[in-house]
Write a protein that binds this ligand. Structure first.
Ligand code: 5GP
Ligand code: ZN
Length: 139
């Protein structure tokens, strides 16, 4: 993926503030952090979104989350962290090379959580049925 900015970071064709690297993944600071220490954990293997990533690479990627998140929390002197993954344009994904965001958090740091809503009558059952069918477990 010649034009992929994160592939270029993996190949060290463009610089990054690297936190961690091994055979399967790289972690580096987000260039425009939500909070100082905001880190991106990416697989070396390119995939536009999570849905194209091989299961082996996904397993390797997620197996590093705990190590990196703990280090981000400690290194940024935070109390907690959020892990997010924007998947697809409508979700806010801007860089189409799968990546987890690890965002250090403190009490009263001003970041707003997402808004929750209530289901209308019958809505939860309908959508659960559709999702179960898509998973392939709806009998
Ligand atoms: P997305 O919206 O795709 O989930 O997030 C992409 C993230 O990548 C953004 O938070 C953005 O600041 C970060 N980013 C974009 N380009 C670069 C870059 O060249 N270097 C680094 N370190 N981060 C980048
Ligand atoms: Zn890429």
């Amino acid at each position: 993926m010649e034009e992929c900015i994160f592939c270029k970071i993996v190949a060290e064709e463009i610089p990054s503030t690297k936190i961690y690297e091994d055979d399967a993944v790289v972690a580096f600071l987000d260039i425009q952090p939500i909070r100082p220490g905001h880190t991106l954990l990416i697989p070396k293997e390119h995939s536009d979104t999570l849905l194209q990533l091989s299961i082996q690479t996904l397993a390797a990627l997620t197996s590093r989350l705990q190590l990196i998140a703990k280090a981000v929390m400690e290194g940024a002197n935070a109390e907690a962290f959020n892990i997010t993954l924007n998947n697809g344009k409508a979700s806010g994904q801007l860089v189409f090379h799968t990546h987890f965001h690890i965002i250090p958090r403190k009490t009263d740091d001003g970041l707003q959580p997402w808004q929750h809503h209530k289901y209308a009558e019958g809505e939860a059952e309908t959508i659960a049925k559709n999702i179960r069918a898509a998973v392939g477990i709806d009998k």
